[in-house]
Design a protein around this ligand. Structure first.
Ligand code: F6P
Length: 378
């Protein structure tokens, strides 16, 4: 191993820079060279050399605590469906052969690919086309990658969301309102579940547990009846009413794998207000959950994963994705982690904890909702 490359693909997550630094320092300390590729694989195709950065000690100095990624990222950079053509006229094109050639021209022995499920599938397909070795490092605030118990960035997103719920409590109480808080989580409800329990939500709605409106109304009714005349509802952007589809704000284009979810929070706020008579507001936390400095636990996890990626390159011939399993960082075959997501277990202990402390998951309508709630005069 003499020269490795590193790239970041898909949506960013707090901790990417901490991984980049850990990979670079662990490799430099072994006498290797490290090349950073800008914006996923895009930097390899740039006509000028600015798409590649030599990651020496100076380049990674002072970046560990920074959000974002010094390499930049894109979620329209799949080399098998790469946008080629003039502005407004781009067509998805397979440029994977060019990418693989560039790796061999540059004498790159291995790639450390930081990304989610899509990035791992791409890395695997590039290996099938001739890329020598890949070590994936799992990244997503959604925490929904298969194989690993946790991804870096998730804990930061949970902290940000929990703080937001604390702040929303006081204004909800002051106005005797229902606050509906829409959080990220396309197919998995990890952020809503963890932050919802940590932040004392009354209702948590996640994609893994389809909800019934009636059940949400009943919970709000119960709270008001008991004298707590406000409520906090946390909803994953990908949550679904039983028998219905997710709510989208934007369709997908030819280069982006996913349509953009959004709008479920406001829809719920309107439904809750109409049915219960309780004044309701919605808040979308959106990309606030992805931005800014990573919390300590994410900086640690990011560095453990980054340095383990280099150790696996140094000490074995294997490719795969690093993962946290039972407290240790292990290497899993890419086949084991791609092609699906890891959702919340509705029968697991975290959901049970929520239920035990009285949180509703919107799935147990008792038939007790009696219509509009009459509040005592303020
Ligand atoms: O990283 C995953 C995620 O945060 C999803 O929860 C969300 O739907 C998506 O990214 C939005 O990403 P973007 O706005 O970059 O398309």
């Amino acid at each position: 191993m003499r020269r490795i490359a590193i790239n970041t693909g898909g949506g960013d997550a707090p901790g990417l820079n901490a991984v980049i630094r850990a990979v670079a320092l662990s490799a430099l300390n072994r006498g290797w060279e490290v090349i950073g590729i800008r914006r996923g694989y895009e930097g390899l195709l740039d006509a000028d050399p600015s798409g590649l950065i030599a990651l020496d000690r100076r380049a990674v100095r002072g970046i560990m605590h920074l959000g974002g990624t010094i390499l930049g990222t894109t979620n329209r950079g799949d080399p098998f469906r790469y946008p080629v053509g003039g502005e407004g006229n781009k067509a998805p094109t397979d440029v994977s052969a060019r990418i693989v050639n560039r790796f061999s021209e540059l004498g790159i022995d291995a790639l450390v690919a930081l990304g989610g499920d899509g990035s791992m599938s791409i890395a695997r397909a590039l290996m099938q086309r001739g890329l020598p070795r890949v070590i994936g490092v799992p990244k997503t605030i959604d925490n929904d990658l298969r194989g690993t118990n946790i991804t870096f960035g998730f804990s930061t997103a949970v902290e940000i969301t929990t703080e937001a719920l604390d702040r929303l409590h006081s204004t909800a109480q002051a106005h005797r309102r229902v606050m509906v808080v829409e959080v990220m989580g396309r197919h998995a409800g990890w952020i809503a579940l963890h932050a919802g329990i940590a932040g004392g939500a009354d209702v948590i709605l996640i994609p893994e547990i389809p909800y019934q409106l009636e059940s949400i109304y009943e919970k709000i009714h119960e709270r008001y009846r008991r004298g707590s005349e406000f409520a906090i509802v946390v909803v994953s952007e990908g949550a679904k009413e039983a028998g219905k589809d997710e709510v989208y704000k934007m369709g997908k284009d030819a280069f982006k794998e996913h349509a953009v979810l959004g709008g479920i929070g406001e829809r719920l706020a309107r439904q809750i207000e109409a049915a219960t008579g309780c004044e309701s507001r919605s808040v979308v936390l959106g990309h606030l959950q992805r931005g800014g400095t990573p919390v300590g636990i994410d900086r640690l996890l990011a560095q453990r994963m980054g340095s383990a990626a280099v150790r696996f390159l140094a000490d074995s011939d294997a490719s795969g994705m690093v993962a946290e399993v039972a407290g240790e960082i292990v290497l899993l075959p890419l086949e084991q982690v791609v092609g699906g997501i890891r959702g919340v277990d509705p029968a697991g202990d975290t959901v049970a904890t929520g239920r035990d402390v009285g949180i509703s998951f919107g799935d147990e309508a008792q038939g007790t909702f009696l219509g509009k709630i009459s509040m005592a005069p303020a």
